[in-house]
Design a protein around this ligand. Structure first.
Ligand code: HAM
Length: 425
């Protein structure tokens, strides 16, 4: 009786060998840029106390209200698979004393979990690269972070992303603005959709973020937070814009940009593409100067962002020509035990002599015919053929698997030198 196949959980994908080269290319490029700006990697657990996220992201956000993978463990502890990295990073920083009179420039990479409705570019397990900088209050660090993201796109060859920026001001300015917004939307209550009616009492700023086309004209005419900023936030925002202008990074001020997590203040920003439909935000973040204190640490200014790596992969898939990563050589070994033993020794010595070499040795035995088939399937350029005759003469045969060429014999003592030339071509 055939057993029922076990499937991956909906919205959680395998990344298969055919796709990993592009992931590795992206990660490698991002690492290089991060290093060049002096950022250091931090690794946090995937599982945290549920309270960490409800206290930081906000009780009445989509993430906390309906998207967290939460469960009670065997000790009756309430745990959650992290929906994002900022809260964990703050927790780790406080717990390990990273914020005590220190400036920190940190990054992390890894899976995040949100129980959203899966579609192209939106998954239940997805990967983020996140960056967080702590201990700096000025707009200079905001600019540094945004300039670094611009450099990511430049290095990856992406030139179609739009930078949107906004300022959410101080929490006092936001509270005053919130009242104005509630007044405005209350007088237009009949035009609000169900979601917005609910948000009117809980989180009215999020109404501005609504994607409902029927709400757009109402939202466009709503009072704007940018017109109600406190003086310091206004100056901060101007300082940021001046640096971006000076460096020549283009941006659009989007007064409706409020972000879906509660911890932000002052600068918020997103990089958006038109190429991925509704899931067009590639990278998003902002300042969160009160979060460290809110989680129990000493007051520490902070700013950061995270980018969705699946979305980057979708954007780059059709654009990138990755350099060849097929094996150079498939080593065929047919004969008695000595052939295999000597074959393995030879393969090891080649790997030592030529660190760039990509070589697969045949495993699982088989006739010449079978091994040639495997060699062909491996996409290797050359087959090295080792049999008893060759071995007795201290030689190996080499055959080009991709071009019609005569098979040649090479002496084992000169093999590494010969291959050095071949793998360069
Ligand atoms: P976020 O806007 O929730 O921010 O997520 C950042 C990015 O993660 C999004 O712009 C998107 O590219 C990607 N992303 C989010 N959800 C999904 C999903 N379900 N499937 C695929 N990709 C997704 C944060 O997470 C903040 N922690 C960013 C931050 C860091 N702010 C300050 N520091």
């Amino acid at each position: 009786m055939s057993k029922k196949k076990i499937q991956a959980i909906r919205g959680m994908n395998d990344i298969l060998p055919a796709q990993t080269p592009i992931w590795q290319h992206i990660e490698h490029t991002l690492h290089q840029v991060l290093e060049s700006y002096g950022y250091q990697e931090i690794r946090m657990p995937i599982l945290e106390a549920t309270e960490l996220f409800s206290r930081s992201i906000g009780e009445v956000t989509d993430i906390v209200e309906k998207e967290m993978f939460s469960f009670v463990d065997r000790n009756s502890d309430k745990l959650t698979l992290r929906p994002e990295g900022t809260a964990s990073c703050v927790r780790a920083g406080i717990q390990n004393g990273l914020f005590y009179n220190q400036i920190q420039r940190l990054w992390y990479i890894g899976p995040m979990f949100r129980h959203e409705r899966p579609q192209k570019g939106r998954y239940r397990q997805f990967n983020q690269l996140g960056v967080e900088a702590y201990g700096l209050t000025g707009a200079d660090i905001d600019a540094e972070i945004i300039l670094m993201t611009a450099r990511f796109w430049q290095k990856l060859g992406l030139d179609n992303l739009e930078l949107q920026i906004n300022s959410l001001g101080s929490s006092e300015a936001r509270a005053a603005y919130r009242d104005k917004l509630v007044d405005y939307f209350s007088t237009h209550n009949d035009q609000l959709d169900e979601d917005s009616k609910r948000r009117l009492n809980t989180n009215p700023l999020r109404i501005l973020d609504s994607k409902n086309p029927e709400m757009q004209s109402l939202i466009q005419s709503a009072p704007q937070l940018l017109d109600h900023l406190d003086q310091e936030s206004q100056t901060h925002f101007n300082d940021l814009k001046n640096i971006l202008d000076q460096v020549g990074v283009k941006y659009r001020i989007n007064p409706q940009l409020v972000r879906g997590l509660d911890y932000y203040n002052r600068t918020v920003f997103e990089w958006v593409t038109q190429e991925l439909g509704a899931q067009g935000t590639i990278c998003a973040g902002g300042r969160y100067d009160t979060l460290v204190e809110q989680i129990g640490g000493r007051s520490t200014p902070a700013i950061g962002f995270a980018m969705g790596l699946e979305r980057l992969v979708l954007l780059l898939e059709s654009k990138l020509q990755l350099s060849d990563i097929n094996p150079h050589i498939y080593m065929i070994m047919v004969g008695n035990e000595t052939v295999q033993q000597q074959g393995f020794a030879l393969a090891e010595s080649l790997r030592t002599a030529l660190p760039e070499l990509r070589l697969i040795t045949n495993c699982g035995g088989g006739s010449f015919k079978v091994q040639f088939k495997r060699a062909d399937k491996s996409a290797a350029k050359f087959a090295l053929i080792l049999g008893e005759d060759e071995l007795n003469k201290q030689q190996v045969a080499i055959k080009n698997l991709r071009k019609k060429q005569e098979q040649k014999l090479l002496s084992i003592s000169e093999l590494a030198d010969n291959l050095k030339q071949l793998i360069k071509e």
